[in-house]
Design a protein around this ligand. Structure first.
Ligand code: C2E
Ligand code: MG
Ligand code: MG
Ligand code: MG
Length: 291
């Protein structure tokens, strides 16, 4: 059945006829207005425990529901937000919605950890940390049920501020996740110094790693490093059964990707969980004959 989120992802406005050659670059004023007018919408993609099939959390992925251009993806506006100093406001809007949703799910009996992507620019001062800590307490969600994902490609710790703020967040019991691991240039020393709870192996080293020796080497090395450092490991970009089976064989903790589900609206999550449980029973963990 078509879900609302699936339909929205496919929707293109009448004005957007013909293929678009170049991606539109959005400007400061337009994005400012979008933040103020609540045009940013949170989508959520499940994170699933590989050993059991259990849905343990979701990652928040923001989309811009543009009145003319339709659904705009974050690669077309996060950089703009960072460049024009709008990223604190943007992340606050996304986080507010996410923590509110986390509370609502819990009240509905769904114990999910909710992850939010955080920009390095959010870690430049104490203001974002204070906002997050105060709001989470006010809404009544345990900090350990919120995950903050920081992408490795931007993890530059030439200044002390981000390290200090990440450490303070960790001391307040928020979970920290290093995203897109393998695409950046974080040193092993940084991995030792920053108290990450979770490591996400970049999708580029996951999908088809079962078929490619080089990818497989990088996947194995990332998994093993995370293990040695005591971090929970998430594989991103799990797109098919072969990808899933590799994670299962190698003991990866969590899986995320289109094999489970694309990002969806919060309203579609309960029905998706039902259908996923059905798949787990019927396809993924079918007992061998005679068992
Ligand atoms: P990310 O945090 O690494 O998120 C994973 C991206 O991979 C998402 O793209 C997701 O839709 C996509 N994806 C999920 N499953 C699969 C799969 O099986 N195969 C493939 N090829 N891709 C998959 P999306 O939503 O376009 O987001 C792109 C990036 O934008 C995110 O990468 C994240 O770095 C950033 N981003 C998203 N939302 C926010 C936000 O609220 N704040 C900030 N600062 N950055 C955000
Ligand atoms: Mg992420
Ligand atoms: Mg990622
Ligand atoms: Mg990414």
């Amino acid at each position: 059945p078509e879900t609302l989120s699936a339909l929205l992802e496919k929707w293109t406005p009448p004005s957007a006829s013909g293929p678009r050659i170049t991606k539109k670059v959005y400007g400061e004023a337009e994005l400012r207005a979008a933040i103020d007018n609540r045009e940013l919408i949170n989508y959520y993609q499940p994170k699933v425990a590989v050993a059991s099939g259990e849905v343990v959390g979701v990652e928040t992925l923001v989309r811009w529901r543009h009145p003319v251009d339709g659904i705009v993806f974050p690669d077309q506006f996060i950089g703009v937000a960072e460049a024009f100093g709008l990223i604190d406001d943007l992340t606050q809007v996304v986080f507010t919605e996410a923590v509110t949703q986390a509370k609502a799910w819990r009240q509905a009996g769904l114990a999910l950890r909710v992850a939010v992507n955080v920009s390095m620019d959010n870690l430049a001062s104490l203001s974002f940390l204070n906002f997050v800590a105060e709001l989470t307490a006010k809404i009544g969600v345990a900090p350990q049920d919120m995950v903050l994902e920081v992408t490795e490609s931007r993890l530059m710790l030439d200044t002390r501020a981000p390290l200090e703020i990440l450490t303070r967040l960790r001391l307040k019991r928020f979970r920290l996740s290093i995203d897109d691991f393998g695409t950046g240039h974080s040193s092993l020393a940084q991995l030792r110094d920053i108290p990450f709870d979770e490591l996400k192996i970049d999708q580029g080293f996951v999908h088809r790693a079962w078929a490619d020796e080089t990818l497989r080497a990088m996947y194995d090395a990332s998994l093993s490093l995370a293990r040695q450092l005591g971090m929970e490991v998430v594989a991103e970009g799990v797109e098919d059964r072969n990808d899933w089976d590799l994670l299962y064989r190698t003991g990866c903790d969590l899986a995320q990707g289109t094999f489970m589900s694309r990002p969806m609206l919060a309203a579609d999550l309960p029905a998706w969980i039902e259908s996923w449980r059905e798949r787990v029973r019927n396809e993924l963990f079918v007992p061998a004959a005679g068992e």
